[in-house]
Design a protein around this ligand. Structure first.
Ligand SMILES: Nc1ncnc2c1ncn2[C@@H]1O[C@H](COP(=O)(O)OP(=O)(O)O)[C@@H](O)[C@H]1O
Ligand SMILES: [Mg+2]
Length: 264
């Protein structure tokens, strides 16, 4: 079945080298509106580097990245964010000495530039705390009970929910998450995936993960990276069955299966 949803990001022939190492090697990648996609791969596969290229953390050595009809290959991260293009953890630092709710207020008003940061800090965000967007965000991300807690006292799972809430408040078209579940306990993972599930259909979600087990019930599409290249890309089940994925990612010996040539 062909996917008729509009294209939102298209990377073409993207390459990034670190000295002699080709961290991302001639990658083509397409994301569509409201897609829930994942990229997995072993450590060092190039996932974070690819992610950094999409967010504009550094430019590629070769290739182009388009957002809708625009070439964004060399655009700075803030320019991409300002277009509502994407929001990531790297760009959503929390203020650890402020409360949960004041972090939400700062994220929201900073994104929409409704007040200067200084004004907000001087007023300690008071007037803004009842903004419907903030109230909704507390509910969606299950932060009501800890709304007044200072961020440095949160558990890792609570902090991750806050980070995602802060990202989502700015209503990005694409939510890019690099290992959002890393370091979390099983119950924290469930809770973070629970809040992400509520975003399905409202924006494109791209999750980069090391461990497939974390995201198996969540993704509609799966891409596998190996040594800088995309070795499989498609529906979740179909990608996991791919012989190259079984060989390179799972390291399953497929040499006895059918007549595929195994490259040493
Ligand atoms: N800033 C950097 N300088 C030099 N080498 C890097 C840098 N970032 C990543 N690498 C290398 O690029 C390869 C891919 O890394 P990375 O993108 O972090 O992989 P992944 O996120 O899949 O674990 C690794 O070999 C890593 O050591
Ligand atoms: Mg990584």
């Amino acid at each position: 079945m062909t996917d008729t949803r509009a294209e939102i990001i298209r990377a073409k022939g993207i390459t990034k080298r670190f000295g002699a190492l080709v961290a991302v090697d001639n990658v083509d990648y397409l994301l569509r509106e409201n897609e829930v996609a994942g990229i997995i791969g072993s450590n060092g596969a190039g996932k974070t580097t690819f992610f950094n290229l999409l967010t504009g953390f550094f430019p590629p050595d070769q290739g182009t990245i388009r957002y809708k009809d625009e070439d964004i290959t060399f655009m700075k991260p803030q320019q991409r964010v300002a277009r509502g293009l994407m929001r990531t953890f790297q760009l959503t630092a929390t203020f650890d000495n402020l409360s949960v709710i004041d972090n939400l207020v700062l994220a929201f008003f900073r994104a929409y530039r409704k007040s200067s940061m200084l004004q907000l800090l001087l007023n300690t965000c008071k007037g803004q705390r009842n903004d419907p967007k903030i109230v909704e965000s507390l509910e969606t991300f299950d932060l009501q009970d800890i709304r007044d807690r200072i961020v440095k006292h949160l558990s890792l799972g609570e902090k991750r929910r806050l980070e995602i809430a802060m990202a989502v408040l700015t209503e990005p078209k694409v939510l890019l998450l690099d290992e959002p579940l890393a370091g979390l306990s099983e119950s924290e993972i469930k809770s973070v995936l629970g809040v992400l599930r509520q975003r399905i259909g409202r924006q494109t979600i791209l999750i980069v993960e090391h461990k497939i087990s974390h995201v198996e019930d969540f993704l509609e599409r799966l891409t596998v990276m190996h040594e800088g290249r995309i070795i499989a890309d498609g529906g979740y089940e179909e990608t996991l069955r791919d012989p190259e994925v079984r060989r390179s990612y799972w390291q399953i010996d497929t040499s006895g299966e059918q007549d595929r040539t195994v490259v040493a």
